[in-house]
Design a protein around this ligand. Sequence first.
Ligand SMILES: Cc1ncc(C[n+]2csc(CCOP(=O)(O)OP(=O)(O)O)c2C)c(N)n1
Ligand code: SF4
Length: 567
Amino acid sequence: MPMNRQILLGDEAIALAAIHAGIGAAYSYPGTPATEILESVQKFGKDRGVKAVWSSNEKVAYEEALGHSYAGGRALVSMKHVGLNVAADPYMSSAITGANGGLVLAVADDPGMHSSQNEQDSRIMADFALMPCIEPWDQQTTYDWTRLAFDISEDLSIPVTLRIVTRLAHSRADVAVGEPITPAKREPSGDWRQWVLIPANARPNYDRLVEKQPEILDRLRQGPFHEYRTEGDTSVGIIACGIARNYVLETLSRYNLSHPLLSIGAYQIPDEMLEDIIGRCDKILVVEDGMPFLERRLRTFALMNKNLILGRMSGDLPRTGEMSPDAVARALGVSAPAAVPDVALPVAGRPPRLCDGCSHIDVFTALIDVMEDFPTGRVFGDIGCYTLGSLPPYKCMSSCVDMGASIGMAIGAADAGLHPAIAIIGDSTFTHSGMTGLLDMVHTKANITVIISDNSYIAMTGGQPDMATGEGLVQIVEGLGINPEHLHFLELKNYKPQDLAVLLREEIAYEGPSFFVCRRECIQAFTRDKKLKSRAAKAPRDAEQPVQDVRTVPTAKDAQTKPGAPA
Ligand SMILES: Cc1ncc(C[n+]2csc(CCOP(=O)(O)OP(=O)(O)O)c2C)c(N)n1
Ligand code: SF4
């Protein structure tokens, strides 16, 4: 296969490989460190007719990809690890429906929680779903194995999970890339028993999934996913999963060590490889980024010899956080000084803060003013730039748990007698998973006040387009049942925070559900788009066009400026 070489991020390698494997569509909801996967499909797939869509949340993204696969096309769906919780419902059932066109889920975990609320490990999700899971160890294997994952998905008629971690997603390396292929067009699936999961169909489908497990193991055994070097000092053998292989190789080379090394790049793992290294070595060090997924399994094998397996659970490696060569070195009993000496940082560390001029600041200013009257009241927060409202100087947010949790938590707290219970949520978080909370609020006539702090973008993840803003949100909220008398839409540029505070006090006094949509654009994303537009206007032919999301929903402003556009 002819090759050319490119320097690629792990996320870019996935996108390019998926395009080269002939996907017709890619779906995602942004979330670090996976955001750049869809952005790169938009960039690389622009001229190839690949549809690249930001979905309203990860569950919808997964379902769209599954539908594409059903219809016979290859599809990529990408998300961060917590997104897979949101998509867990279709994900688990898709193991039973199986796939028609190749379907690959690229999920980016975040060990060390660089930008996440937890450290869960998607290998466990794939194991739970009984799906094949591939875990590349560098950018080259990311590219090669993503391509292979589509073939495996079609060969075995099952979605394939591709797990990467932050360090791989966000670092660059030289990658040999192959020629794109155009896979043969498949007919839409015609087998209703496969796809209609009523119990009478689901039971035999589930049996088939269980029976398929040895086939999955065989297929993964044939692939290039595991590498076993038997030479070296057998006092300790090392099993390294995914990117941890790099940390081990770096440590062995830095300290001139040699130990048997089994590198694992896919799950399930052939028993014979594990048995061989366990039989060959006195002790086994298991190095994996994320949770002690394999180590736990090996410990059960090795119950008779409790000291055989070393790793996160034995305390030889740190139980939590990102893996590193230094941690591996300490586990192997070597601890020379770090290769990179400490250098004085040119700038002092600073806590994160909202940008000057950020519209969320107006909302927090009003909230701080109002909450001074209610020392026992609480503001339930959500995830986005506005989460910074929990930190000084605002300190006016009491919770931030998962996307969309603010409204549900405020309802529960109000049910427990807490007053006022206020929820603050971003525009994208609201359309991602706040709307169902709003339905509960209306249905139970919950005595809470909700504020959408609407900045017209998904700012936290880099300013992707949102699903609805301004009037569009007001229509959704009204359509879901909020009484218009207690629904306020404030264009913040026309209001002072004191005006918002007055209205908030009035609605807190009202016993029942009330709602605010407070809108002003994110100053960063707005300025970026303005620059891109003026650059494009100056040189319409040559300008690098801003990447267009095929599903950018027209805003109320667009509707006014573009007659006839849907609102
Ligand atoms: C389930 C899940 N998916 C994705 C993310 C990544 N993420 C964090 S906040 C956010 C959306 C923020 O947008 P918005 O609510 O509009 O607030 P803004 O950042 O614009 O203030 C996203 C996508 C996440 N934390 N959890
Ligand atoms: S990026 Fe936008 S939303 Fe986020 S803090 Fe800055 S101005 Fe506010």
